[in-house]
Write a protein that binds this ligand. Structure first.
Ligand SMILES: [Zn+2]
Ligand SMILES: [Zn+2]
Length: 443
């Protein structure tokens, strides 16, 4: 099979069916090239181009988003064509509004053209390409006035609309791409990752999250960047090998129960060391003494049932509700305390009033005070966004609530009933599809 450089090469090489008295097919290339040309003519540049094909390229759908560096709004032109009479020649202008990395496709259409492949279809299509590109500018202005006008109401209306669309849209069971034998979420270019989340270029990992370019990782968080290997029950490990029960380790190897060590080797229970070897509790030993002592320590820890576990909660410098663990696995104060975790009470200095000069604001949601700095205010003004009415913590909580937790549920595909694993809680009423159904539906 020929290895196409990209989809447009593939589409260009599909032979145009023969024209008859009544059937006037239009080349895919007209859509691919002439829309872009028209955009360039009017001073726009194309930010993204995307194509989907069906029936071996006899059907094509695609879209161009138009670059607009000063805003989240990207006007877009969508098009469809076919060489088998299954789809008309179609053109539509809308907009993709970016909310984080998600795209909201604006539902209202600024310009639409749809015509069977007959009669003056080619001429009409060309005229409509010009009109569609003209409407891109109008669409941008309209959106700016409707959504990004600095009003809380406009912003919330648009946000609610977007959330409704997201809620109804079918979801893919797990986000796993170019990976083999893996279960988890956001796993890319990886192999043998089980119960892993946010993993890129990972091989052989289990029960771990936030991983990049690493191998053999077990029950750990934030490993890699640069590559690390053989990491066990550890947190935040960079460019290191053979580390167990450690946290904040850089360019090191063969460490046990170490914290904040850089370029160290063969150390046990050390903190804050740099360029050291054969240390126990930050004390220097010879190689012989080190090996003898750690064998004794490990035997003792086994007898007290401490060996093989991460540092105990009792020595954590942070309370549970001020760590990232609380974001991923929220617990109530009572639950956290029952598990032996520390809990931080709200600070008394919060005055819970709005100052008359508006330099101290009060959160609509939790009633704590917060400030907005000049740079923030400038940013909101530039983007046409309203000033936030919630404190940074509440805003963080809201954003975080939008992503799925590090939890996998066993359920069935809403379309074909195949058994699937997913991070979408079945009780939330999401429509979740298996890989096959998702690909069919989206294409
Ligand atoms: Zn708040
Ligand atoms: Zn299915």
């Amino acid at each position: 099979m020929k290895n196409w450089k990209n989809t447009t090469d593939f589409l260009r090489e599909i032979p145009l069916p023969e024209q008859t008295r009544t059937y006037k097919p239009v080349s895919h290339a007209i859509f691919i090239d002439e829309i872009k040309e028209e955009l360039y003519k009017r001073g726009h540049s194309v930010k993204t181009e995307r194509y989907l094909t069906a029936n071996n390229g006899l059907i094509m759908t695609g879209n161009f988003t138009v670059d607009n560096p000063d805003s989240h709004i990207n006007p877009a032109i969508f098009f469809t064509n076919s060489y088998n009479k299954m789809r008309k020649a179609e053109l539509m202008t809308g907009a993709i509004v970016l909310v984080c990395s998600n795209g909201l496709i604006r539902q209202e259409v600024a310009h639409r053209f749809s015509k069977k492949h007959s009669g003056t279809v080619l001429e009409d299509l060309r005229n409509n390409i010009v009109l569609a590109v003209e409407s891109v500018e109008e669409e941008f202005e309209k959106l700016k006035n409707e959504i990004f006008n600095g009003s809380v109401k406009s912003w919330l209306d648009a946000k609610n609309k977007f959330e409704e669309i997201v809620k109804k849209a079918p979801k893919k069971y797990l986000r796993i791409l170019k990976s083999e034998n893996s279960i988890g979420d956001h796993i890319y270019n990886s192999k043998n990752c089980i119960n892993c989340f946010d993993a890129h270029e990972i091989e052989d990992a289990y029960n771990s999250a936030s991983l990049g370019d690493s191998k053999d990782v077990y029950s750990s968080y934030s490993v890699g960047w640069p590559r690390s290997e053989l990491i066990y029950y550890s947190s935040v490990v960079r460019s290191s090998q053979k580390c167990a029960f450690c946290k904040y380790i850089w360019q090191s190897s063969d460490l046990f129960y170490c914290d904040s060590c850089i370029s160290c080797k063969n150390c046990f229970g050390c903190i804050g060391l740099k360029h050291k070897e054969y240390c126990i509790l930050n004390k220097q030993y010879s190689q012989e003494e080190y090996l003898h002592l750690i064998a004794k320590i490990i035997a003792h820890m086994k007898s007290t049932n401490e060996w093989g576990k991460f540092f105990p909660q009792s020595i954590s410098p942070f309370s549970y509700n001020e760590t990232a663990a609380y974001d991923f696995f929220p617990l109530s104060k009572e639950e956290a305390i029952a598990r032996g975790y520390l809990w931080k009470e709200a600070e008394k200095k919060d005055i819970s009033v709005q100052s008359s000069t508006n330099d101290i604001l009060m959160c609509d949601s939790c009633k704590k005070n917060y400030k907005l700095i000049v740079q923030e205010l400038k940013f909101y003004k530039k983007k046409g966004l309203p000033e936030p009415v919630n404190c940074p913590n509440c805003r963080h909580k809201e954003r975080f609530g939008k992503r799925n937790k590090y939890e996998i549920y066993k359920t069935t595909c809403n379309k074909c009933n195949t058994q699937i694993f997913t991070t979408f809680p079945p009780a939330n009423g999401n429509v979740v599809y298996c890989e096959k159904c998702y690909q069919e539906d989206i294409n």
